[in-house]
Design a protein around this ligand. Structure first.
Ligand code: SF4
Length: 357
């Protein structure tokens, strides 16, 4: 049976800037279960990445979380008999020790552009070793002289860190990992750097991986390999994945459930099958229509969503999608804000077409 790992309840993230307040995430609610993948899709600027950063408590300044809860159902990996502990991450100091212990050790994140996250003067092995030193313990052996951290466990030694780094680089499919462990980021290709990022993220066996457009910068063959690696590691480690992308093909392959976002709000949430075959929200339908189809004549124009993404300082009244919506109902959609409601079992939509108004 599915067991929740992360519950996000009515999460809001705001940026108070000179021109006004931007509601980057506006009342997002979803649950990610242990060992399952949730896809988050939507156009650029719809709030996907800020939702992920809020979960990691890494919202950049001047952003803040004025409302909402991020509840982590924590299971102690070094003491599995202990009861699951409920931790509200929004109550934690984003720079405090408690969240730093979770970030990197229990929640890991991989980004679209690995070069911006790897330090140019450190080798792949040093990056992985640092994560292991901070966040991973090994079972204590007879003869260990190291201070006990948790009963029966101890820190990883330098030699073990190197061995684990090589093993992780091997697992993520990097060729010649014994040599690559000593490579600097500039000596690796884009695909290899992304694998190093995945190796760092997964080296401490996180319960949750947040993958923010992890394959967008890669070519399709490398993309397929990276997705395979993530799925393999998910199967062996029972890790949950929050997969953020605007690539609907990739999310169809990876996710069990999908959340569709528009202008900081969730507009639809359902199983992957229902999103692709029974989508209800006009925005989701428009996104699906815009996927290039095999067999379509090269002279035919690709479908696109009418209009432009609205100005975040001057959002449309009523439903924020109304100026672009093909199902717009004058006098309703521009006046009434749709509610987030379950229209079928586990199928949630924010649209007046499904409301009795
Ligand atoms: Fe379109 Fe109206 Fe539904 Fe908004 S509420 S998505 S404008 S039909």
């Amino acid at each position: 049976m599915s067991e929740p790992l992360l519950e996000i309840k009515n999460l809001k993230v705001e940026f108070d800037v000179r021109d006004g307040i931007v509601h980057a995430v506006d009342g997002v609610t979803f649950t990610i279960n242990r060992g399952e993948t949730l896809g988050v899709i939507g156009e650029s600027g719809c709030g996907k990445s800020i939702t992920a950063k809020a979960v990691m408590r890494m919202v950049p300044k001047p952003g803040k979380i004025p409302e909402g809860e991020i509840v982590y159902h924590r299971r102690d990996k070094y003491n599995p008999d202990k009861d699951v502990e409920l931790l509200n991450l929004t109550n934690m100091d984003p720079h405090g020790e408690e969240i730093r212990h979770i970030r990197g050790g229990e929640f890991a994140m991989i980004f679209q552009e690995p070069m911006s996250c790897l330090t140019p003067v450190y080798t792949a092995g040093v990056h992985i070793g640092e994560a292991l030193d901070l966040h991973r313990l090994l079972p204590r052996k007879v003869g260990d002289r190291m201070a006990e951290v948790i009963s029966g466990y101890r820190h990883v030694t330098k030699e073990e860190a190197r061995e684990i780094s090589i093993e992780m680089l091997h697992r993520v499919g990097l060729p010649k990992p014994e040599q690559r462990v000593d490579s600097y980021p500039h000596q690796l290709s884009g695909g290899q750097r992304q694998r190093v990022m995945i190796a760092i993220a997964l080296s401490c066996h996180p319960a949750m991986l947040i993958a923010d457009e992890p394959t967008t910068a890669l070519d399709v063959s490398i993309e397929a390999q990276i997705l395979d690696i993530m799925r393999d590691l998910q199967d062996t480690a029972d890790m949950a994945i929050m997969f953020i992308t605007h690539n609907l093909g990739v999310v169809a392959e990876m996710a069990k459930e999908i959340v569709v976002m528009y202008m900081g709000k969730q507009v639809e949430k359902a199983s992957t099958v229902n999103i692709f075959y029974e989508s209800k929200h006009p925005y989701t339908r428009a996104l699906l229509e815009s996927i290039p189809k095999v067999g379509k004549r090269s002279t035919e124009r690709l479908a696109s969503i009418e209009g432009m993404v609205p100005d975040p300082f001057n959002l449309p009244t009523g439903c924020v999608f109304h100026p672009r919506c093909p199902s717009y109902m004058a006098g309703k959609c521009d006046k009434i804000t749709p509610k987030w409601q379950e229209v079928e079992k586990d199928h949630w939509v924010r649209c007046l077409l499904y409301e009795d108004v």
